[in-house]
Design a protein around this ligand. Structure first.
Ligand code: C2E
Ligand code: CA
Ligand code: CA
Ligand code: CA
Length: 275
């Protein structure tokens, strides 16, 4: 019989060329997508658990692929990061989100902040802060109505410069949220030195809350931590009324998930939430 290594090789090697070709194809198509304006943003409502009122929107990127239909970001964001295209996509999303927020507020949407996901390759660029400020200025969006979402793992690289960057953003009034909280390895001591507004509790915890186990203790602890740092808490992936009930009982402030809404096109969001 063949050794473990050989078997692995036999399984792995025939796939490799196809996988990299597919990736290469995706990469070149993504370059074109930017020029052809195939990328667009959808917006998922965030609501207060206490009374269900709209408190924010998260902007999420979509790609209308000419042959494949709408491609989810999980499939192309990693490719974009590796191909050096993430900055261009990030710039597009930042601009689009600021402009859309201004349009929606003018059309009667309550003046809630829009949250934009920031990739590592975007945050680390020297011109990130000026870029944000320039998008705010050209769109006319008030800084307090923009929130940037960065993941916990992004915090741990280049600690000192991240601390000063986040402080600079918040000095200008921009809000900062930590995305997917609980899935990375951020040091608790260091969390207190960061200038933040919100912790977004990862949807894996919300899912785990549905069965008996350690998730409840973990979520309780995260909420206590957030309180002591005076941070807002938002739970992601809230799909069931029971999820919302449990999170409310645990003292979580806000929620986002299919129970309330899927990410929506601007027109659909307005139709539902304009006042
Ligand atoms: P994320 O930032 O954690 O975004 C939340 C994801 O959960 C979104 O997936 C959203 O559609 C999905 N979601 C919302 N409610 C529920 C729910 O109740 N149940 C479940 N199962 N899922 C729910 P999406 O839009 O496919 O985005 C996936 C990831 O791609 C995002 O995760 C984020 O990491 C990345 N992403 C999306 N848009 C952007 C962007 O503009 N820039 C960057 N850098 N990353 C983005
Ligand atoms: Ca996010
Ligand atoms: Ca998240
Ligand atoms: Ca995520």
């Amino acid at each position: 019989s063949r050794s473990e290594g050989e078997r692995r090789l036999a399984v792995y090697s025939p796939r490799q060329p196809g996988a990299s070709l597919r990736r290469l194809t995706l990469e070149s198509q993504l370059r074109l997508a930017l020029q052809r304006r195939e990328l667009f943003a959808v917006y998922q409502p965030q609501v207060a658990l206490a009374d269900g009122r709209l408190v924010g929107l998260e902007a999420l990127v979509r790609w209308r692929h000419p042959e494949r239909g709408v491609v989810p970001p999980g499939e192309f964001i990693p490719v974009a990061e590796e191909a050096g295209l993430i900055a261009a996509i990030g710039d597009f999303m930042l601009r689009e989100s600021c402009q859309a927020a201004v349009r929606m507020h003018a059309a009667g949407l309550p003046p809630v902040p829009v949250s934009v996901n920031i990739a590592t390759g975007q945050l680390r660029r020297a011109d990130f802060l000026p870029q944000v400020l320039s998008e705010l200025e050209s769109s006319g969006l008030a800084p307090a109505l923009l929130e940037i979402e960065i993941t916990e793992s992004m915090l741990m690289a280049d600690v000192q410069s991240t601390i000063s960057l986040l402080a600079a953003l918040r000095e200008r009034g921009v809000r900062v949220a930590i995305d997917d909280f609980g899935t990375g390895y951020s040091s608790l001591a260091y969390l207190g030195r960061l200038s933040l507004d919100r912790l977004k509790i990862d949807q894996s915890f919300v899912r785990d809350l549905r069965v008996p186990g350690p998730a409840e203790g973990i979520v309780r602890t995260v909420i206590a931590l957030a309180r002591s740092l005076r941070l807002n808490t938002l739970a992601e992936g809230v799909e069931q009324a029971e999820d919302a009930e449990r999170l409310r009982a645990l003292g979580c402030d806000d929620a986002q998930g299919y129970l309330y809404d899927r990410p929506l096109a601007e027109a659909d969001l307005l139709a539902k939430y304009r006042t």
